[in-house]
Write a protein that binds this ligand. Structure first.
Ligand code: C5P
Length: 248
């Protein structure tokens, strides 16, 4: 169903697939390594995530370059600061023409509302997505920071807060996705990192799910990082992931 175009693009034969959309986490140490993968991807199918690593190395110029290549960019800078700073940073991020932006829900109501307000003046504002709990977080670590509720309760509390503040969705571990959709509706977007086949290394991630589970949990977007970027053949791995979701 998938084949490599002369340019090296992966192309889907059928446009309408009822599977989660794919965001590739561009976590590379330099531009050359990132572009080696980007050059193989079709911008009408794959979304790109630029996080703290690449943004710190390459800055906004890299975001603009990828945008010019036709990619939708998820700028995953996970803002968490006082409301005024987040307001200004959100505006600056939206000016880059990005498609999605992340902020930490734990920054609180005023911070979330400020970020939302910052986007009001944009005709085509990016989706504003809240981080609930990092997929690397363990319940015991919540206690270490003084949070004495379960990880699931914590995620649902922050999802509700973000929904109340008018955000477009949340980043959350896959296992909570169904509940969030049930509570806040199908339009509330769910983005899930920590996607792994059973044979993949989980690295520092604690809450991992398979691509098949991501489809079953009705997740809107899966974030694929090291399972693809560290693979010897990322295109082959992407095809395996897509096919495993498609044929379920
Ligand atoms: O390599 P791996 O698949 O674990 O990559 C996950 C990506 O998703 C990383 O870029 C990480 O920063 C990001 N992320 C996450 N958990 C969140 C939000 C973002 O792992 N809650």
């Amino acid at each position: 169903m998938y084949f490599i175009y002369p340019r090296g693009y992966i192309v889907l034969n059928s446009n309408v697939l009822n599977i989660p959309k794919i965001i590739i986490a561009l976590d590379f140490p330099n531009k050359k390594a990132a572009m080696k993968l980007v050059d193989l991807l079709n911008p009408s199918i794959f979304y790109l995530k630029i996080g703290k690593e690449m943004f710190t190395i390459l800055g906004h110029q890299f975001v603009k370059e990828l945008h010019q290549l036709g990619f939708n960019i998820f700028l995953d800078l996970k803002f968490h600061d006082i409301p005024n700073t987040v307001f200004n940073a959100t505006k600056a991020a939206a000016d880059l023409g990005i498609w999605m932006l992340s902020i930490h829900a734990s920054g609180g109501k005023k911070m979330l509302m400020s970020a939302k307000k910052a986007l009001q003046s944009f005709d085509k504002a990016p989706l504003l997505i809240a981080i609930t709990a990092l997929t690397s977080l363990k319940e015991i670590e919540l206690k270490e920071i003084g949070v004495h509720i379960s990880l699931t309760e914590y995620i649902l509390t922050l999802s509700k807060l973000s929904n109340d503040c008018g955000l477009d969705g949340v980043v959350c571990p896959g296992k909570e996705a169904k509940k969030i959709k049930y509570l806040f509706g199908n339009k509330y977007k769910i983005i899930t990192p920590g996607i792994r086949f059973s044979e993949d290394l989980s690295y520092d991630q604690n809450n991992v799910i398979s691509p098949k589970e991501a489809k079953a949990y009705n997740i809107d977007y899966i974030v694929l990082g090291r399972s693809v970027t560290m693979s010897k053949n990322p295109i082959h791995k992407l095809n395996l992931i897509i096919n495993s979701m498609k044929y379920t």
